[in-house]
Ligand binder design. Structure first.
Ligand code: GS8
Length: 221
């Protein structure tokens, strides 16, 4: 697959872009990554995602696909020759989509408040909900090696990019994910043993640097 045929409007520290990088790596699809500067968005980004003007955008044969979970599902359908991410049974597919949606509603919206809000009460409430959500997700994992069962699947792709944020969440929220959710970190480390994941994720300390920059820019104490 030639690079020009698959282009990703990307951002190295973005957990949403990381989902797409992992899915493409799982399918062994070559792609051209174009790093966006969100303070100075490219004309291509504004043209390809005129509604949200956000990354990631996958451009396949010139046509844009937006929203990370939609992109991952598209990738799974187009490159269906290997590493299926969603299960084949409609009920199991619905189940996976439910959990990916839960992750979208709970993890970033709460986690990001730890560095975008100065309000102590807002941050405490966000931290509490974040930890509760991790516990719910840990229960859903149960004793399975992956959310996809014995294989790395759609829910794993949706959640693992936030492992890059664990250090930031812990530093800013003053808690330990491992102490709260002892099975979640081993799951993340299991995912990180896959090259497709480790090469697609941003280092936890780099993410923390980005988070501190955002804090400074927003004037958050
Ligand atoms: C979220 C993408 C997003 O937040 C998805 O793809 O799943 N629901 C979307 N993108 C951010 C960068 S990552 O924090 C973004 O592009 N922000 C720029 C902006 O909102 O102006």
């Amino acid at each position: 697959m030639a690079g020009g045929e698959v282009v990703l409007l990307d951002l190295f520290a973005s957990p949403f872009a990381a989902r797409v990088r992992i899915a493409l790596a799982e399918k062994e699809v070559e792609f051209e990554s174009r790093e966006e500067d969100l303070s100075n968005k490219s004309p291509l980004l504004l043209k390809m995602n005129p509604v949200h003007k956000q990354i990631p955008v996958l451009i396949h044969k010139g046509k844009p696909i937006c929203e990370s979970l939609t992109i991952v599902q598209y990738i799974d359908e187009v490159w269906n020759h290997k590493s299926p991410l969603l299960p084949s049974h409609p009920y199991q597919r619905a189940h996976d989509r439910f959990w990916a949606d839960y992750i979208d509603k709970k993890i970033y919206p709460n986690g990001s408040k730890l560095y975008t809000s100065s309000d102590h009460e807002v941050k405490e409430a966000a931290k509490k909900e974040l930890i509760e959500s991790f516990k719910v997700l840990e229960r859903e994992l149960g004793d399975k090696p992956y959310y996809g069962g014995n294989n790395f699947g759609f829910v794993d792709v949706a959640l693992i990019p936030f492992y890059s944020f664990f250090y930031s969440f812990e530093k800013l929220g003053n808690f330990s994910v491992e102490a709260e959710c002892p099975k979640l970190v081993p799951w993340a480390k299991r995912c990180m043993q896959k090259d497709t994941v480790s090469k697609s994720l941003c280092d936890q300390h780099k993410v923390y640097e980005v988070v501190l920059e955002i804090k400074k820019k927003l004037g958050v104490e």
